[in-house]
Design a protein around this ligand. Structure first.
Ligand code: AHM
Ligand code: MG
Length: 339
């Protein structure tokens, strides 16, 4: 065996996300490498957005852009910048057929199936962006879907049930820049090492704790929640739960993934479908939580089984550790929630 004089000072975790995806692809005979090109474009976009987010308080990119998006919500300057960065990075990857962003009214068709467009990428460019001026964590959420060339309309193409996702992930711009990814066989976690310039693998096969006494919800809305949600929260308080809520779903779900507990955005009387976008937020994060051993529900239905009716559809969500999600479902059933 060869002597390795400096082995003790060379870190073990030097697997880049690109190397990791290429290794994964080698396990699938016939894989073309197209998929790894998409993930590498997303990681490049993540690095570019992270750099913008870090300098946001120094450059003139804070605050409102002065426009509203398709949902009627005010756009932050960084929403628009992050959207542009992702469109540019993914736009020139030959296997991308179509891009759909939470910020844009219609999907952007890049190339048809006959021109090599195998995948659709849907994303929320900067989730939680109303927090950006306060330097709170925000993130990019994405999902990769197959492009079915027999379906004509772009909206119909991307309105797929969440269980059909090829991959999903997010980049969280917090005290560290983290990328979490699933391709349907577990969840892996990468951290951006600025000194190396790469997302490096730090955890393979992330598992959510089976139970944790933490809930994450905008409790100021509680009077408007259906009875089952209110009763769950009352019982949680009576049995020693803690509450954690940032108001960036990507950050709240990331904490829930690692530390356990329940994240939810229930229906309210003023927003009967809740606030969370099915295709850009609920489905990718539900896929990750399930792949980590957790559960994700919309009312009494498994989120990933629902077929979207429209591009910017909203749905109620509850996701996290199995014990907490089961407890919530029991409370919903007990208080008359219909399946
Ligand atoms: P955004 O994508 O426009 O940032 O909105 C979605 C965000 C979620 O990240 C978060 O869970 C929710 O809005 C917070 O909403 P509220 O302020 O009603 O608690
Ligand atoms: Mg969002």
């Amino acid at each position: 065996m060869q002597d390795r004089p400096h082995a003790d000072v060379v870190r073990d975790n030097l697997t880049s996300i690109q190397a990791h995806i290429l290794q994964e692809e080698r396990r699938h005979p016939g894989a073309s490498g197209d998929f790894s090109m998409i993930i590498s474009a997303i990681s490049l976009a993540g690095k570019a957005i992270a750099a913008k987010v870090r300098r946001a308080n120094l450059e003139d990119v804070l605050g409102a852009f002065g426009t509203t998006n398709v949902q009627g919500e005010g756009q932050q300057k960084l929403d628009v910048i992050a959207n542009e960065i992702i469109m540019k990075c993914l736009g020139d990857r030959v296997s991308v057929a179509l891009l759909a962003s939470e910020e844009d009214e219609e999907p952007t068709i890049l190339r048809r199936g006959g021109e090599g467009g195998k995948y659709c990428v849907l994303f929320d460019p900067l989730d939680g962006s109303s927090n950006i001026d306060c330097a709170m964590p925000v993130g990019t959420i994405f999902t990769v879907l197959r492009n079915d060339p027999t379906i004509k309309g772009s909206v119909e193409t991307v309105c797929q049930a969440g269980r059909d996702q090829v991959a999903a992930g997010y980049v969280l711009y917090g005290s560290a820049t983290i990328m979490v990814l699933t391709t349907g066989s577990g969840v892996d976690m990468f951290v951006l090492d600025h000194s190396v310039g790469s997302f490096l693998l730090v955890r393979r096969g992330v598992r959510i704790p089976k139970s944790a006494k933490t809930y994450s919800v905008n409790e100021a809305n509680a009077l408007q929640f259906p009875a089952g949600y209110r009763r769950f929260l009352d019982e949680a308080k009576a049995s020693g739960y803690s509450s954690r809520y940032i108001g960036s779903m990507v950050a709240d779900v990331h904490r829930t993934l690692l530390a356990g507990g329940l994240f939810m955005y229930p229906p309210t009387t003023s927003k009967p479908d809740g606030k969370i976008r099915m295709l850009y937020e609920a489905n990718p994060l539900a896929f990750i939580i399930e792949q980590a051993g957790g559960m994700a529900y919309s009312g009494l239905k498994r989120t990933l089984d629902l077929k979207p009716a429209e591009l910017h559809q909203r749905i109620p969500v509850a996701m996290g550790s199995p014990e907490q999600v089961d407890g919530l479902l029991a409370s919903l059933r007990e208080h008359g929630e219909q399946a």
